[in-house]
Write a protein that binds this ligand. Structure first.
Ligand code: ADP
Length: 245
């Protein structure tokens, strides 16, 4: 039996009387690639916000590797090994992918004076490996502003990996991408799932079919159903909530 990497117990989040998450019980094994889908307003973003400490639960618990995350700040949760990729890449557009990865690998370099210090051989090798993983070796020295949208998404995934997270949270990574870029992101996530636990929020069902082993459907702040993609897509409750949009 696999150890659980992430669990929530009766997780509830109220915003000024509106319940965004309602007694949400969720559990994911270490090493799993899980996709969370659900109609607009289902609570998907709030779910990631509460895992990462951006939002505190009203009641209930988030447990990461057996540890209750209650009262921890965002940076403390990140340091425990949860990396989050937002929809819009947060990369330095005026720097190259190589420089972006150097900064991400060593947050202390996050100042202009130390940015151009020569990295150690170990650092260089690890960044070289990351560039290969994300398929950006040929563009390592191109200003990131000139990368395609898909390349920017891959760079940001590389920047997350540079911090060696145990759990990657990935929020709609293919919104606005071409079919080819979407496919490449899917293959990258599948490759990364060999060595990481990954939770992806996604709308694009074609993409979900490419990557998903197990899917969780959220609706009105609770789990509506879970299963493989075929089970979920043919579940009458899922069809009903999506048709109701
Ligand atoms: P999803 O990502 O599935 O579209 P969200 O988590 O963004 O859903 O939102 C769930 C519900 O909570 C929505 O109805 C949204 O309007 C509401 N909500 C989200 N954040 C806040 C907030 N800070 N204050 C009040 N309501 C919020």
């Amino acid at each position: 039996m696999n150890a659980k990497i992430l669990e929530t117990e009766n997780l509830t989040v109220n915003f000024d009387g509106f319940t965004a998450l309602k007694q949400l019980n969720f559990s994911m094994d270490a090493g799993e690639l899980r996709v969370v889908i659900g109609p607009n307003g289902a609570g998907k973003t709030t779910f990631l916000d509460v895992i990462t400490g951006k939002v505190q639960p009203t009641t209930g618990r988030v447990i990461f590797k057996g540890k209750n995350l209650r009262s921890l700040k965002e940076h403390q949760i990140a340091r425990l090994g949860i990396g989050r990729k937002f929809q819009t890449p947060r990369i330095y557009l005026n720097l190259t992918p190589l420089e972006n990865l150097e900064i991400a690998s060593n947050p202390k370099k996050h100042s202009f004076s130390t940015l151009f210090k020569t990295p150690s051989t170990a650092e260089k090798n690890s960044i070289k490996g990351l560039l290969e993983t994300i398929g950006l070796t040929a563009k390592a020295r191109v200003k990131s502003a000139f990368l395609s949208h898909g390349e920017k998404q891959r760079l940001e995934i590389g920047m997350l990996l540079a911090q060696s997270p145990d759990l990657l949270l990935v929020d709609e990574p293919v919104a606005g991408l071409t079919d080819e870029e979407t496919y490449n992101i899917g293959e990258l996530l599948l490759a990364l799932s060999q060595s990481h636990s990954i939770l992806v929020i996604e709308h694009d069902m074609e993409f979900v079919r490419q990557i998903a082993r197990k899917v969780t459907v959220l609706h009105e702040g609770s789990v509506l159903c879970e299963g493989n993609i075929e089970e979920v897509q043919s579940d009458p409750r899922v069809i009903e909530v999506y048709l109701g949009q």
